[in-house]
Ligand binder design. Structure first.
Ligand SMILES: [Zn+2]
Length: 391
């Protein structure tokens, strides 16, 4: 049976190992561009926020990957670690380069860029695209603290286009084939998704028409099929060209309209505990499991909780949307004083788990990449890049 991917069923889908990568003798050769393609197939870079900067930030697409080092931030110490571990590729969650660079001096962030280029190390950023992924950083935190029944907390919506078209019965298969070839009927991992219904169409060609079926000025009734299918809106021009070249009629009858569908990507993860627990007690174990130095609760510490929403990094700007989901507890980082008051006013029990709790992605991304292809040589950085030290 056709299974459409939803947040629920795709969450723990077993990854298939890709076999499209090259082998030369016994040596496994992977170029940076192939690594990016492999990542993009699962965690598309286009899913990143518009303000973000993801993908290959520094390096050469045609370089051969000698090893990958995963890290939360790219610092000088991390570059040194990559050199020591013979990894010429660093994948960082936070982009080193964000806005327009005016000069690169050998100091501050410039020194890191210098070190990367001097040592011929490529830098890839997987930031908000990894956040939007259903096995991304929030899910890695959820795994670490033992939440089950995980699903995207705030699913994103994506625009889709729907085509309905009427075609003589004998031409329906060739039209479906032509449309499928340009990407129509692609839903998640499924291609050639069409619905068809039999009916009768009628038309009267005028004197200047050159009809495929029928005679000028005579009413014609034809056995037709109504075909329905969806496609990505960016394909619309190609789809209409295909209709006009593959449909037998001089004036094919069709409608295209846009709609919004729930995406399999989104913001944060929600999950459940096996039973209701006291928030104060549970947070003590969370602090340990995430290895964080400070954990601050905003709200009633005597409350019992069972459902938890997580937005890794800094997610307090989503407070209203998270409150509307009805989770018992919200976990995020980087909460400022007045935002904490806003959370109290909104009645959303929240714990600040520090931005640095995202460090679980260092090991998490290593495992994820190896689940995409077990032959990948990936190391998790052992450097702490936490700029804060609790006194
Ligand atoms: Zn972050």
């Amino acid at each position: 049976m056709r299974r459409l991917k939803t947040n629920h069923c795709s969450r723990r889908r077993k990854k298939k190992s890709k076999d499209s990568l090259n082998f030369t003798g016994r040596r496994f050769i992977l170029l940076i561009k192939e690594l990016l393609k492999l990542i993009d197939a699962e965690i598309p870079f286009k899913k990143a926020e518009s303000w973000d900067n993801v993908g290959l930030l520094i390096g050469d697409m045609s370089s051969e990957v000698t090893g990958i080092l995963t890290t939360l931030d790219c610092t000088l110490e991390v570059v040194q670690e990559a050199v020591d571990k013979n990894c010429n590729t660093i994948i960082a969650h936070h982009p080193l380069i964000f806005s327009g660079i005016k000069r690169i001096e050998n100091q501050g962030y410039g020194a890191v860029i210098h070190a990367l280029i001097k040592n011929d190390i490529q830098l890839i950023a997987m930031h908000t695209n990894l956040d939007a992924y259903d096995q991304g950083v929030s899910a890695m935190i959820a795994d670490k603290i033992g939440l089950t029944k995980q699903q995207i907390l705030l699913p994103a919506e994506r625009e889709m286009a729907k085509l309905q078209i009427f075609v003589p019965r004998e031409d329906v298969e060739s039209l479906k084939q032509a449309l499928a070839q340009v990407g129509v009927g692609q839903i998640g991992d499924y291609s050639d998704c069409f619905f068809q219904l039999e009916g009768q169409g009628q038309f009267r060609p005028n004197a200047s028409a050159s009809p495929y079926i029928g005679t000028s000025n005579q009413l014609e009734v034809v056995e037709e099929m109504k075909l329905e299918c969806v496609f990505d809106p960016h394909l619309q021009k190609k789809v209409e060209e295909t209709i006009h070249s593959a449909h037998p009629y001089e004036e094919p009858a069709y409608d295209i309209y846009r709609f919004h569908a729930t995406d399999q990507f989104g913001t944060g993860i929600r999950g459940e505990l096996a039973s209701s627990v006291s928030v104060k007690e549970w947070l003590t174990s969370v602090k340990e499991q995430l290895n964080i130095e400070t954990l601050r609760l905003i709200g009633d510490s005597s409350k019992m909780i069972r459902t938890v929403g997580i937005i890794s990094g800094a997610g307090v700007s989503y407070m209203k949307e998270v409150a509307a989901t009805g989770v018992d507890l919200f976990l995020t980082g980087d909460i400022k004083y007045h935002e904490a008051h806003d959370l109290l006013m909104a009645g959303l029990l929240t714990a600040d788990i520090e931005h640095y709790s995202e460090q679980v992605m260092i090991e998490g991304l290593k495992e994820l990449l190896q689940s995409f292809d077990s032959k990948l040589n990936v190391h998790a950085s052992e450097q702490s890049t936490n700029p804060f030290k609790a006194i």
